[in-house]
Design a protein around this ligand. Structure first.
Ligand code: ACM
Length: 467
């Protein structure tokens, strides 16, 4: 664009009150863009030269679109993959221009959590989500594989965990057992790795443990918990985590730790003895003890711990541990976790949870009766805590009220795309109105994937799937 046309278009924008959006149609928006008015001949799209540039950060890339071909610079396969994603998005536009894009992420952890205990969606749906995550440069798939309603991962040492623990879901206690075999897990993990996505499995303990307790009644801690005073429990968990450590090559395992109902713990077998031995005055200290024991098991397998923010007070050594701040009604926990030295992920239920409705007119969702709406704009414009211990952002989808894949897609998209831009793009390049323009173009691509997304454009609004 020459100076005259630039000034003219700027004046036009001001005159009609439209935000002048930046130059390329890429989500998440890249860090630095220098485009020209020279049209790129798409016949040259296959002519790509790859160059290693050790100076670039692990996920960074440089994409040069020249008249007669493409140059991609990166220091890792991840950077190369992300350059290819940007290129694919540019190539979706009718006209493509020559220019240079230099890009790297704002945050190292850019995640989605999927709950498959409450309802199970299966391999094809997970692969579809991984594909889309890769396109938007998300790199952590946090997989909630156990909860009260079902245990969803085959453990060779304890087959009953799936054949019995896998029976039921949130809408049908007797639904046939559904779970992932270890072969399926390996296939999914490999598929994710090709897209630079680490799969982080979660076994939720000591609360949300009914499916586990159904198989191991001797560890029952009542109110959907396990009994931390039973020493044998740690042996079983160590065996389970060993299988997880072998199956998931990523460096993290998630131990859960949220919403522990300890009302009956004082009376559990072995509890008085444990509390006397450890000099505990309150069962809260038993929960902290359990957290520390689990952390030690994970560390002994050579893995790093991820946990919900309930772990912050456990007294565990924070070194290398990731805590997910989810309780938006306790904002101090985020700073507290960072101050203690944990790596913090920002995923507050308000507004980052995708199980809450996105549109006040929708009827099914968590706390919909209290009119709790998590709008896409709130995710996009959320003010992130400026602290080096904040390493990322994540959206979570709990599936108590998500039965079908259609509803799952409707709840996740496009809010996840807004989260992806939030987690990748530097704040100075974030502009919600411009994002919506790029998103509207992106819907053409989502249509090719037969994705049942929510459409923010009033005239295109789709029906909310109720199940
Ligand atoms: C949670 O939402 N209970 C982590």
């Amino acid at each position: 664009m020459n100076l005259k046309t630039l000034l003219a278009s700027l004046m036009l924008f001001v005159a009609v009150g439209i935000v002048p959006c930046k130059a390329v149609d890429i989500i998440p928006y890249p860090q630095s863009v220098e485009m020209t008015e020279v049209v790129f001949d798409k016949a040259n799209l296959e002519n790509v030269k790859y160059k290693k540039d050790k100076k670039l950060a692990p996920e960074a890339y440089e994409l040069q679109i020249k008249k007669n071909g493409i140059v991609i610079k990166s220091s890792t396969p991840a950077g190369r993959f992300y350059a290819e994603q940007s290129l694919a998005q540019l190539a979706d536009d009718i006209v493509m221009y020559c220019g240079t894009i230099k890009d790297e992420p704002r945050y190292a952890w850019r995640g989605l959590m999927l709950d498959e205990s409450r309802h199970f969606f299966g391999k094809e749906q997970v692969l579809k989500f991984l594909d889309l995550m890769g396109r938007y440069k998300l790199n952590r798939f946090h997989w909630h594989l156990s909860d009260d309603q079902g245990w969803r991962i085959e453990i060779k040492a304890y087959p009953n965990l799936t054949t019995i623990g896998g029976i039921g879901c949130n809408t049908d206690r007797n639904a046939p057992a559904k779970y992932y075999t270890q072969d399926e897990i390996r296939e999914i993990v490999a598929y994710a790795a090709e897209r630079n996505i680490m799969v982080v499995p979660e076994i939720d303990m000591p609360g949300h443990a009914s499916a586990f307790v159904k198989v191991f009644p001797e560890f029952d801690g009542k109110h959907r918990t396990v009994n931390p005073a039973n020493e044998k429990l740690y042996e079983v968990l160590s065996t389970i985590y060993q299988e997880l450590a072998d199956l998931f090559p990523g460096s993290y395992l998630h131990i859960g730790g949220d919403e522990v109902h300890k009302g009956a713990w004082g009376e559990l077998p072995g509890m008085k003895e444990l509390m006397a031995k450890e000099n505990f005055k309150h069962v809260n200290e038993v929960e902290e003890y359990f957290g520390r024991r689990l952390c030690d098991i994970i560390t002994s397998k050579g893995k790093n711990v991820v946990a919900w923010d309930d772990l912050i007070d456990s007294g565990t050594n924070p070194e290398g541990k990731v805590v997910m701040w989810w309780r938006s009604d306790q904002p101090q926990l985020l700073q507290e976790g960072a101050d203690k030295g944990f790596d913090m992920i920002i995923c507050p239920d308000g507004p980052f949870y995708l199980d809450y409705v996105q549109d006040i007119r929708d009827k099914v969702g968590h706390l919909v009766d209290r009119q709790w709406v998590n709008e896409m704009k709130e995710i996009y414009e959320y003010e992130m805590l400026d602290n080096p211990k904040v390493i990322g952002a994540q959206s979570n989808i709990w599936t108590e009220k998500v039965v079908t894949t259609e509803r799952l897609e409707y709840m996740v998209f496009p809010r996840l795309i807004a989260l992806a831009e939030k987690a990748w793009t530097r704040s100075e390049n974030l502009n919600y109105d411009c994002f919506l323009k790029r998103l509207a173009n992106e819907y053409n691509y989502l249509n090719t994937r037969s994705l049942y997304y929510y459409d923010f454009r009033e005239s295109m609004r789709r029906v909310e799937p109720r199940r």
